[in-house]
Ligand binder design. Structure first.
Ligand code: ZN
Length: 81
C-alpha cells in the first residue's frame, strides 16, 4: 500500500515539515500520520514547541539543553503515559 507514511518516514521528515520545506502533498501525508499516531504526534509537538521557543528566545541567554528538559517535563506532566 502506497501513500501511507510510516513512523520512521514521518520522523525523518519532521524537521522539514516544521520548517514548511516539504511539498504540500508530502506535508499532508506527514500531518495525516501525526493525526493517527499518538507517539509521533507527541514527538512532533515537542519538536515544534522546542523550535518555537528557540526562535522566541532568539540568540539570547537561554540554554537549549535546559529548555529541552523543561519542555519534556511539561509535556510528560500534561499527558501522563
Ligand atoms: Zn508514527
Amino acid at each position: 500500500m502506497s501513500g501511507s507514511t510510516g513512523c520512521r518516514e514521518a520522523i525523518a521528515l519532521l524537521e522539514d515539515w516544521l520548517k514548511a520545506e516539504l511539498t504540500p502533498e508530502v506535508a499532508e501525508q506527514v500531518r495525516a500520520h501525526f493525526d493517527r499516531c499518538r507517539p509521533c504526534f507527541r514527538h512532533a509537538e515537542f519538536e515544534r514547541r522546542f523550535l518555537a521557543e528557540l526562535e522566541a528566545a532568539g540568540r539570547g541567554d537561554r540554554c537549549p539543553e535546559r529548555l529541552r528538559a523543561e519542555l519534556l517535563r511539561e509535556i510528560r506532566g500534561a499527558d501522563p503515559a
